[in-house]
Each structure stands twice: as structure tokens, then as C-alpha cells.
Design a protein around this ligand. Structure first.
Ligand code: G6P
Length: 475
């Protein structure tokens, strides 16, 4: 996954762009190799996967953090995208990124599946860093340009930017769920967050329910009028909130899965695994992804003989994520322990029922895994969208394979032909996993073809075009 420094060149002087993307992370993060030399690696997560193809097609700038604390970098070009790095101190990484973003907003917005913590010093850092991003965006954008702010780490940026640069057209997109009032109301800084978001001309969410949650809260807690999808600010200007389900570059994944090396690699994975049926999970190691429940379900299926460890294997890829946040450390230990127990008691000398890979892989290796897997199991407890589900579909170029998908992923609202499950219901999940893999090939193909049509027709280009057209119309 590591890319060489050679594809990165320094930009001389400051350029202003007509289109500016602002996200907590840049497309690449700075890492240091074993010998201490710096290199660039693709940043983790679905947000970057989705945004890179859009930025490669546009001549714009991307404002974001480069992933290394306390390091100031000049703007640079990486694979044809102008990157504008924002500095974060080690203390800000602790308070703004690991704290307020990932131990407060992240659990609160995901149904409070982990307990959100509220700390005033985290909030203070969140405000300071959001202002820094707003200033960087204000500096990067041309007169009358468009700025598109991304995700929960930067919810105050739209309002701050609007104050700094009233000439700009400002969009915001939230990649994760937006909670109902009952949960959101806990937040001590709830009004500031709503006003921050409502600084945008268009606020986008993954699903319609999230947009209605937001509009209802703006009315109730900020006291502004709302009309259908619009909110009306005290100065009479209007903004809009609506759903834009995000997607992937379907053609890119489809073409990747057809590459002869990837086809060959998929074949060799099957040979190495030496099993009649291969189940697969691919996630960041995050407690929202339902990995505990999934491992529990597979453990019981193997234990009760519904799956035979001599014939079936479950491969779980879990990319390390937010490793300094307590809840993620606990999850890592739990999963290590659960899988160790299952393999220790049910495996044999030549067989481990669960192959656990706690590491990240490049796109082509993941595509080969998708192509090699009979059943993809995506069971988040709550997920804004889940692009892994769409990537699996795009990589099933022969139109077969089965997708088991949690009804609590945003993707479930579009991917109706998946085998849908409630991940809290372990027995139900076990039944559906078995049903999906035993389904006649004809049934699998019928469902997969429909899924492929859906994702191909609603790809990332269409997502960006629809959002940006609506933004132009709004302003
Ligand atoms: C999710 C979030 C992104 C985030 C990504 C990776 O997809 O919506 O905003 O970048 O996870 O998480 P990280 O904390 O490593 O940026």
C-alpha cells in the first residue's frame, strides 16, 4: 500500500482553486519506513476511496491533515491532486482527533454503541482546529469558488467559512449517520454543531432519515423555520438538507477485478485456503462494524457442525484503526481472544476455521479476496453507508457470490437484493449466513445481477454530480 515519494512533487507558491475539498485527512498519509525515511501511503477508510476519483477528474485542491503530528508541510502534488496540508500538534491529535471526533462524535452518531465521552478541553481543541481548517480553505479558494467540506471532524467549518468568505458556495457532506434528537440532545455543544453545519448552502447526508433528523433539530434547538428540505436563517437566506447516498467508482473496481494478475491471485488464494466455501469480512477494526457479533456467529456455526472446519473457512481482514483510542484497544483484545479461542478449540493441525488478518492491504489484493469469496459478510451495528459492500458487488464480474448485509448500514436501503440481517440477533444472522451460502446458484446470480445494476447506475460520479448540481441550484 506504500507509495513512493516520487509521485509527489512540491508546489511552488500558493495557487487558488475554483473547487476545494476539505476533509480531516488528505488522500495520503505520511508514514516513516523502518529506516526512518518518510513515505506516503493511501489514507484509511471509505471517505478517501470515494473522494480520490472525483478529485482526479477535477482541477481542484484538497485541504486536509497529512497524518503526522507536529509536522508542517508545504502544499504538494500527489498523483495529479493539489494537496494542501493542515498542521495538527500532538495535543490536538489527542483532543480534537482521538477525543472529540473519535471518542465523542463517532460513538454518539453511531447509536451510542460505545459510550460517548464529553470533555470540555476536547471541545475547545475541536473549535480551534475547525477554525484552522476554515482559514486554510478560505485561503485556497478562488473568488466565487465552491468548497465542499467533509464529515464529522469538521462540522463547524461551514459557518466559520461563510463568515470569512461570504462569496463562496459551501457544501457539506456527512459520511456517518446523523442521530435522532433523543441521542443528539446529550451533546453539551449541540446548538453550536447545528449552527456550524447550517452555515452550508447544502448539507448532505447518506439517507433521508438523517436529513430529517437534522432539520427537526434545527427547528427545535436553534429555533429557525424549516420548509420541506430547507432551513431559513435569521437573515432570510436559505440552506437545504437532503440525502445523497455515497458510492464507489464501479468501473474502476470492475476493471481491477478483471485484470489477469487479480484473477490469477484470486485463484491462488482459493488454492491456499483449500476450502469448498469461503466467507469474507473486510473492515477497519471498529466497534461499529459488528465484528464481535460476526465472529460469535461463525464460532457457533463451526462449533455446532453447521459449518465444517475441514470444508469452510471464514477470512476476516481487520485494518488497524485509531489504535490509541481506548475503545479500539479493547476491541482488538476481545477479537484476538475470541478468534484464538475458536481456532484453539475447533481447529486442527492443518486447519484454522477463522483466518484473521489484522493488517491493511492494497486495493488489488482486496479485489482478489472479493473475487475469491463465495459469501461476503458485512454486519455493522450502525454504518453511514458501507462501501465494502458495494466494492464486493463491483468485483463479482461473473455475477455470482452472495452478500450478507446488516439492515443498519446505509447501503441496505439501496442493496435490497442482499441477504439482510439484524446483527444483534445472532441466531437470525447464523440462519441467514447459512441460507445465503446454500442458496442455489441461480438465486445467487439473480440477486447479484440486480445488485450490480444498482451500484453501476449509482456510482461515485453520479453522487458527486448530483450533489454539486443541487449545490449550484441552491446558491
Ligand atoms: C470513516 C470516516 C472518515 C475517516 C475514516 C478512517 O470512513 O467517515 O472520515 O477518515 O473512517 O478513519 P480515520 O480516523 O483513520 O481517518
Amino acid at each position: 500500500m506504500t507509495e513512493a515519494m516520487s509521485s509527489t512533487t512540491q508546489l511552488r507558491g500558493k495557487r487558488r482553486a475554483d473547487f476545494v475539498m476539505v476533509a480531516n485527512r488528505l488522500a495520503v498519509e505520511r508514514v516513516f519506513e523502518g529506516d526512518g525515511s518518510p513515505a506516503w501511503r493511501t489514507s484509511p477508510g471509505g471517505l478517501v476511496t470515494a473522494l480520490v476519483p472525483i478529485m482526479q477528474a477535477k482541477d481542484g485542491a484538497w485541504v486536509g491533515w497529512h497524518g503526522a503530528p507536529d509536522e508542517e508541510l508545504e502544499p504538494f502534488d500527489h498523483d495529479g491532486i493539489d494537496m494542501v496540508p493542515v498542521r495538527l500538534s500532538q495535543q490536538e491529535v489527542t483532543d480534537y482527533y482521538e477525543g472529540m471526533s473519535n471518542a465523542t462524535f463517532w460513538p454518539l452518531y453511531h447509536d451510542s454503541v460505545a459510550f460517548p465521552e464529553y470533555h470540555r478541553e476536547w471541545w475547545d481543541a475541536y473549535e480551534v482546529v475547525n477554525r484552522r481548517f476554515a482559514e486554510a480553505a478560505a485561503e485556497a479558494a478562488e473568488e466565487g469558488g465552491t468548497v465542499w467540506v467533509q464529515d464529522y471532524q469538521l462540522q463547524l467549518v461551514p459557518k466559520l467559512l461563510r463568515e470569512l468568505r461570504p462569496d463562496l458556495r459551501i457544501g457539506f457532506f456527512l459520511h456517518i449517520p446523523f442521530p435522532p434528537a433523543e441521542l443528539f440532545q446529550q451533546l453539551p455543544w449541540r446548538r453550536a454543531v447545528l449552527e456550524g453545519l447550517a452555515g452550508a448552502d447544502l448539507v448532505g447526508f447518506q439517507v433521508p432519515g438523517a436529513a430529517s433528523n437534522f432539520l427537526r433539530l434545527v427547528k427545535r434547538l436553534v429555533g429557525w423555520d424549516t420548509q420541506r428540505q430547507e432551513f431559513i436563517r435569521p437573515d432570510g437566506t436559505r440552506g437545504r438538507a437532503a440525502a445523497y447516498p455515497i458510492s464507489i467508482a464501479f468501473d474502476t473496481f470492475d476493471a481491477l477485478a478483471r485484470r489477469p494478475e487479480v484473477v490469477a491471485r484470486a485463484r491462488s488464494i482459493r488454492e491456499e485456503l483449500d476450502a469448498d466455501v469461503v466467507f469474507l469480512g473486510v473492515d477497519r477494526l471498529d466497534y461499529t462494524k459488528g465484528i464481535r457479533q460476526r465472529v460469535q456467529a461463525f464460532g457457533e456455526l463451526f462449533r455446532d457442525g453447521e459449518l465444517d472446519p475441514a470444508r469452510a473457512v471464514f477470512v476476516q481482514v481487520a485494518t488497524p484503526s485509531r489504535v490509541r483510542v481506548d475503545e479500539y484497544r479493547r476491541l482488538r483484545d476481545d477479537i484476538d481472544q475470541m478468534i484464538g479461542h475458536i481456532n484453539g478449540t475447533l481447529g486442527g493441525l492443518a486447519r484454522t476455521p477463522i483466518k484473521y488478518l489484522h493488517q491493511g492491504f492494497p486495493h488489488d489484493e482486496v479485489a482478489a479476496l472479493y473475487a475469491a469469496a463465495d459469501v461476503m459478510v458485512v454486519t455493522p451495528l450502525r454504518d453511514g453507508m458501507n462501501l465494502v459492500a458495494k466494492e464486493y458487488v463491483a468485483c463479482r464480474t461473473r455475477g455470482d457470490g452472495a452478500l450478507v448485509l446488516s439492515e443498519f448500514a446505509g447501503a441496505a436501503q439501496e442493496l435490497k437484493q442482499a441477504w439482510q440481517v439484524n446483527p444483534y440477533d445472532i441466531n437470525g444472522m447464523k440462519r441467514t449466513i447459512v441460507e445465503a451460502y446454500r442458496a442455489p446458484r441461480r438465486e445467487q446470480v439473480r440477486r447479484m445481477r440486480a445488485l450490480r445494476r444498482q451500484v453501476a447506475a449509482h456510482d461515485i460520479d453520479r453522487w458527486a454530480e448530483t450533489f454539486l448540481d443541487d449545490l449550484r441550484r441552491q446558491r
